[in-house]
Write a protein that binds this ligand. Structure first.
Ligand SMILES: *Cc1c(COP(=O)(O)O)cnc(C)c1O
Length: 391
C-alpha cells in the first residue's frame, strides 16, 4: 500500500524527545525557545512564537491584528476548515472568495471585489505549499490599510520571489505567517504550530495570550533569583507547545532542506509523466514561486469520474485524496450568506486528485503510482480523451 503521505521521522527525533524527557523540563521551556530562534533564522523573520497547532496560531494572529465580533475577514473557502473556524472563534465572519483560474490559491481580484467597510483583515493561504500571489495581495491590502495573515500551514520550506529576490515563506510579507507541524505537513512535531512576524508588538501579544495572558513566563520565574509575582493583564489561552515537541521540531527543521529537495525531485518526475497523459493536467508553479509540494494536485478532464478513479487506484494499493475541501459546502457553514462566486473552488475539489508524495518515497514506488494511475484512467475513459483539456 502506498499512502498519501508519511512523516520522515527517525532516531534523531526519537533521541531529541528522549533528551527532552530526561532533562526534566517537558512543558514550554528552553527547547521551545531554541526552536523559535532557529525557525525565525531559517525563514528570515524577526520573531517566531511556537504554539500548540496552526489553528491556535491563526486564532492568535487574527486577535493580534484586531479581528473581533462583527468584523469580516476575506479568505478562501477552498482550504482546510481551520482557517474559517479561527475567524469564527474571534466572533468575526469569513467572507469567502474564489481561487484563481489556474492554480489553487486565492484570487487577488476577487479579494479586491469582496472588501467592505467591515473588512478587518485578509487571510490568504499558501495552499498545499504553493505560495499565493503576495505581490498582488499586498498592493490591494496596502491601498486599503488592511492587515494580511498568511496561512502557511503547509508552506514550510516553500519560497517566493518578491521584488526580484527569493525568500522563504515565513519571512512576513503580510503581518503574520502561521505554520502547522501536523504529521500531514512537510515537517512535524505530532501537533504544533508557529507564528512568525517582524512586528515586536504582535509577537509580545502572541506570547502573552498563548500562556493564559500571564505577564511572566515560567522560564523567567524559574531563572529569577528574586521572588516574582506574575499578573494577568489580558484574557489568554493555553496554546503552548511542549519542550518534547520543540525538541522534535528542531531535529525536523535540520532535515527540512533535504526533505524539500526530495519532494521537488518527485514533483518533477510526476510532472514529466503526467504532462503527456490524456485527461490529466499537472499543477502549475508560477515563475515567482517554488513549492515544497506538500501535496501534488492533478486536475481531471471533464468526464473523468473522480471517485471511481480514486477507488480503482485504492484497489491497486495506491491511496489518493480528492481536491481541497470547500468550507462553504460543509454543514458547519451551511447558513452562510454567499455573495461571491465559488465555482472554481468547487471544481478544484471535485475535479482534482492528490497523489502520494513523501520524502522517503522511492522512484519505484512513484513509478507504481504512475502505472496504476495510467491504467485506472484508461479503464475509466468511456469517451475518448485524446485532447488535453486545461483545468
Ligand atoms: C493543516 C492546516 C491547518 C490546521 O493546522 P493544525 O496544525 O492541524 O491546526 C490550517 N490551515 C491549512 C491550510 C491547513 O492545511
Amino acid at each position: 500500500m502506498i499512502p498519501i503521505a508519511m512523516p520522515l521521522l527517525g532516531e534523531t527525533e526519537a533521541d531529541a524527545a528522549r533528551n527532552a524527557v530526561l532533562s526534566g523540563w517537558v512543558s514550554q521551556g528552553p527547547e521551545v525557545g531554541r526552536f523559535e530562534t532557529e525557525f525565525a533564522a531559517f525563514v528570515g523573520a524577526d520573531h517566531a512564537c511556537a504554539v500548540s497547532n496552526c489553528t491556535t496560531a491563526l486564532h492568535l494572529a487574527l486577535l493580534g491584528v484586531g479581528v473581533g465580533p462583527g468584523d469580516e475577514v476575506v479568505t478562501v473557502s477552498h482550504s482546510f476548515i481551520a482557517g474559517a473556524n479561527a475567524i469564527r472563534q474571534c466572533g468575526a465572519m469569513p467572507v469567502f472568495v474564489d481561487i484563481e483560474q489556474s492554480g489553487f490559491n486565492i484570487d487577488p481580484q476577487a479579494v479586491a471585489a469582496a472588501l467592505t467597510p467591515r473588512t478587518r483583515a485578509i487571510l490568504c493561504v499558501h495552499q498545499i505549499g504553493m505560495p499565493c500571489d503576495m505581490g498582488a495581495l499586498m498592493t490591494i491590502a496596502n491601498s486599503f490599510g488592511l492587515p494580511v495573515i498568511e496561512d502557511a500551514a503547509c508552506g514550510a520550506g516553500s519560497e517566493i520571489r518578491i521584488d526580484g529576490a527569493w525568500q522563504k515563506i515565513g519571512r512576513p510579507i503580510g503581518d503574520v505567517v502561521c505554520f502547522s507541524f501536523h504529521p500531514r505537513k512537510v515537517i512535524t512535531t505530532g501537533e504544533g504550530g508557529m507564528l512568525t512576524t517582524n512586528r515586536a508588538d504582535l509577537d509580545a501579544g502572541f506570547r502573552l495570550r498563548r500562556q493564559h495572558g500571564m505577564s511572566v513566563s515560567d522560564t523567567k520565574r524559574h531563572a529569577s533569583a528574586s521572588v516574582v509575582f506574575e499578573t494577568y493583564p489580558v484574557r489568554g489561552y493555553n496554546y503552548r507547545m511542549t519542550d518534547i515537541q520543540a525538541a522534535i521540531g528542531r531535529a525536523q527543521l535540520q532535515r527540512l532542506p533535504e526533505i524539500v529537495a526530495r519532494r521537488r525531485e518527485l514533483a518533477d518526475r510526476y510532472h514529466g509523466a503526467i504532462e503527456s497523459m490524456p485527461g490529466l493536467t499537472p499543477p502549475v508553479e508560477p515563475s515567482w514561486a517554488r513549492s515544497n509540494w506538500q501535496s501534488y494536485c492533478v486536475s481531471l478532464a471533464r468526464g473523468v469520474d473522480q471517485k471511481k478513479l480514486m477507488q480503482r487506484m485504492l484497489d491497486r494499493g495506491v491511496a489518493t485524496r480528492r481536491g481541497i475541501m470547500n468550507v462553504h459546502l460543509e454543514g458547519a457553514y451551511s447558513g452562510l450568506d454567499l455573495t461571491h462566486a465559488l465555482s472554481r473552488s468547487e471544481m478544484a475539489r471535485d475535479r482534482c486528485i492528490l497523489l502520494p508524495l513523501y520524502a522517503q518515497m522511492t522512484d519505484e514506488e512513484q513509478d507504481k503510482v504512475l502505472t496504476v494511475l495510467q491504467e485506472a484512467m484508461s479503464t475509466l475513459q468511456t469517451t475518448p480523451l485524446r485532447q488535453k483539456i486545461k483545468a
